[in-house]
Design a protein around this ligand. Structure first.
Ligand code: UFG
Length: 342
């Protein structure tokens, strides 16, 4: 058995897939999650896939006392992967203080506890949202592209959290950190035992698309086809959640095996390819054989026209790459949707 890793937000979409990959790589996982946007049944799905039920504590990372009790109970936590956060862009505009309180306090609490409990490193979930709309000459965007002023309180919490980590490590704290900037995570585990569980009407493309294909929503609206892109719809870098989960295992091993060269390292985690909304719909129809009801609508306020990542650094330094073909990824999302409807 390898080291023990604390996964905050481990019952969420990316957290649950990462827990599976960590367990399959031999790590012992302890999950903390306040279940504010997830469900403890996810633990059953993880157990069905890996044969191991991860330790679970229903704890809010903002609750310092309860969080410290977790470190006391599971003596010997060596690494943390910090997913737990509020993540709805629109909601963050309406409830900024909730976003700043949740997303900043939870990280600060974890960082404060790390030296006391001998935790060596923390992997932080950041986002390509920190780049805003990169200038055309900066696409695909590298880690050294300029950070743009955040478009939302949610985006700002990612930027400020990156700075908090840098400042804390620079102050001489005896920890290391790897910041992963995700592009657009999609898809579900190939077993369909775990997947994305959005609350209410989905704001993101894939759950809205699969719910439309399943007849739960009438029609998918493509938000604009008059952008300055080849087919006029927006371009993103859609990364398979299982590939993304594996990037965390590589990053954790890099820290725990003492291979990290800098105290804080930053990696883009994407495929390196941009795909438009219309291309993605075509790919979904091809992969699943399901005809999708969609229409072209107005642009969505605040949308970025085109962004995709340069992932050379992650490929070379982490020895990781995202290889799953988009059709297969979309089929996994569809299989999960069918599993939910059952
Ligand atoms: N889209 C549609 N119709 C929909 C939903 C989305 O056409 O019903 C389009 C959007 O306009 C966009 C693309 O699909 O072009 C992807 O949209 P998502 O909402 O799925 O994802 P975003 O790229 O807007 O945002 C995501 C996360 C944010 C994060 C951001 C950058 O939702 O949390 O990536 O990291 F900040």
């Amino acid at each position: 058995m390898k080291d023990t890793v604390l996964v905050t937000g481990g019952t969420g979409f990316i957290g649950s897939h990462t827990t599976v990959e960590l367990q399959q790589a031999g790590y012992n996982v302890v999950i903390v999650d306040n279940l504010s946007n997830s469900n403890a049944d996810v633990l059953d799905g993880i157990e069905k896939i890996t044969g191991i039920r991860p330790a679970f504590e229903k704890v809010d990372c903002c609750d310092m006392k309860a969080l410290e009790a977790v470190f006391e109970k599971y003596n010997g936590i060596k690494g943390i992967i910090h997913f737990a956060a509020s993540k709805a862009v629109g909601e963050s505009v309406e409830k900024p203080l909730m976003y700043y309180r949740n997303n900043l306090n939870s990280l600060i609490n974890l960082l404060e506890l790390m030296p006391k409990y001998g935790v060596k490193g923390i992997i932080f979930s950041s986002s390509c949202t920190v780049y805003g709309q990169p200038d055309a000459e900066n696409l695909p965007v590298t880690e050294s592209a300029p950070i743009k002023k955040a478009e939302s309180p949610y985006g700002n919490t990612k930027q400020v959290n990156e700075e908090i980590i840098q400042d804390y490590v620079n102050s001489g704290a005896p920890i290391k950190s790897i910041i992963l900037r995700y592009f657009n995570p999609i898809g579900s585990h190939p077993t369909a035992y775990i997947g994305e569980l959005p609350n209410g009407v989905p704001a993101n493309l894939i759950p809205y698309l699969t719910q439309t294909a399943a007849g739960i929503r009438e029609c998918l609206t493509v938000f604009g086809d008059n952008y300055n892109t080849p087919d006029g719809s927006c371009i993103r870098d859609y990364i398979y959640v299982v590939d993304l989960a594996k990037a965390h295992v590589c990053a954790m091993a890099r820290i725990l095996d003492g291979k990290a060269e800098e105290p804080v390292e930053i990696f883009n985690i994407g495929t390196g390819h941009g795909v438009s909304v219309l291309e993605l719909i075509n790919s979904f129809e091809r992969a699943t054989g399901v005809k999708l009801n969609y229409k072209i609508g107005e642009r969505r306020a605040g949308d970025i026209e085109a962004i995709w990542g340069n992932v050379d650094k992650a490929n070379k330094v982490l020895g990781w790459s995202a290889n799953t073909p988009l059709d297969e990824v979309l089929l996994s999302a569809w299989n999960w949707q069918k599993h939910l409807v059952k």
